[in-house]
Ligand binder design. Structure first.
Ligand SMILES: [Zn+2]
Length: 82
């Protein structure tokens, strides 16, 4: 791993994968299975930590990251199960 002035040089593997540096992942809160948004700008790739959204209603607030749902949807599911 070589550090360059503009970043860290990483190798792309045979399947096109690049490992994100651990300290970057830590800073952005990217745990296992976290989603990122990848976009292109000319010859530059941007990788952005995706905002956590509720899998049920797509809200972005009060998300329980274990369940991937907001608190109000969790309540609804609890009620449904009764
Ligand atoms: Zn929800």
């Amino acid at each position: 791993m070589k550090r360059r002035s503009s970043g860290i040089e990483k190798e792309v593997d045979a399947l096109g994968r690049v490992v994100l540096p651990k300290d970057f992942r830590k800073k952005l809160g990217l745990d296992k299975s976290a989603k990122v948004l990848i976009s292109m700008d000319g010859d530059t790739l941007h990788i952005k930590a995706s905002d956590k959204i509720c899998i049920m209603c797509k809200r972005q607030t009060e998300i329980n990251s274990d369940l991937g749902m907001c608190l109000s949807c969790i309540e609804k599911v609890k009620q449904y199960g009764k």
